[in-house]
Design a binder for this molecule. Structure first.
Ligand code: AMP
Length: 195
């Protein structure tokens, strides 16, 4: 029997991390944990963290590592280390990736697979503008979208090499029908993650 899957979706905003995260959670029977959702919940509830994080999110900048690390490591560990999960939107910096790796080693929970979704930039912008119109997400405006894409290229894209070197990166075409993208991901993940 395979252990519960521990995977991470590493892709720019608008690539489909949320949609695919939900679907993979169903397929593999493990929770989908999205740091963006968790942070938005703190903002809505106006917690101490929410009040700190909100301004960064509104601008499209990353929330500082120390806040995000506390939040995620607590969710992953409380009440005891989760065996399986699909992480969406974490890690997003090299410091977060290193902290996640240390957590994984210390708890016997390193990642099985890191899933990158390739989608051309003009399609990302189109999808995010559509989502902004439909959901009212306040960081889905043209200017903030540009910032988020720049931040992704600068801070998050370098993580692809970090995971490529560890031989757990799978790169999947993120365009086309949602079900086709899920099938492509599962094919690649299943190749890496067996017995
Ligand atoms: P998302 O829903 O994943 O697009 O995240 C929305 C916003 O939450 C991002 O633009 C960041 O401001 C913040 N955020 C989410 N995850 C992280 C993270 N791992 N590190 C720093 N900021 C994050």
């Amino acid at each position: 029997m395979r252990p519960p899957l521990r995977a991470l979706l590493l892709a720019p905003p608008g690539a489909g991390k949320g949609t695919q995260g939900e679907r993979l959670s169903e397929v593999y029977g493990v929770p989908h944990l999205a740091t963006g959702d968790a942070l938005r919940d703190h903002v809505d509830r106006q917690t101490e963290l929410g009040l700190e994080a909100g301004a960064y999110m509104e601008r499209g900048d990353l929330v500082p590592d120390r806040f995000v690390l506390d939040l995620v490591l607590q969710v992953l560990t409380d009440p005891e280390p989760l065996e399986g999960f699909i992480l969406d939107g974490f890690p997003r910096t090299l410091a977060q990736a290193k902290a996640a790796f240390e957590w994984g080693k210390a708890n016997g929970r390193t990642f099985h697979a890191v899933i990158s979704l390739d989608v051309p930039e003009d399609e990302l912008v189109r999808r995010l503008l559509d989502r902004g119109r439909q959901s009212g997400r306040t960081d889905d405006t043209e200017e903030t979208i540009r910032t988020r894409l720049r931040v992704y290229d600068r801070d998050t894209e370098p993580l692809l090499d970090f995971y490529r070197e560890r031989d757990i990166l799978v790169e999947v075409d993120g365009t086309g029908a949602v079900e086709d993208v899920t099938d492509r991901i599962c094919r690649e993940v299943d190749r890496l993650y067996s017995a």
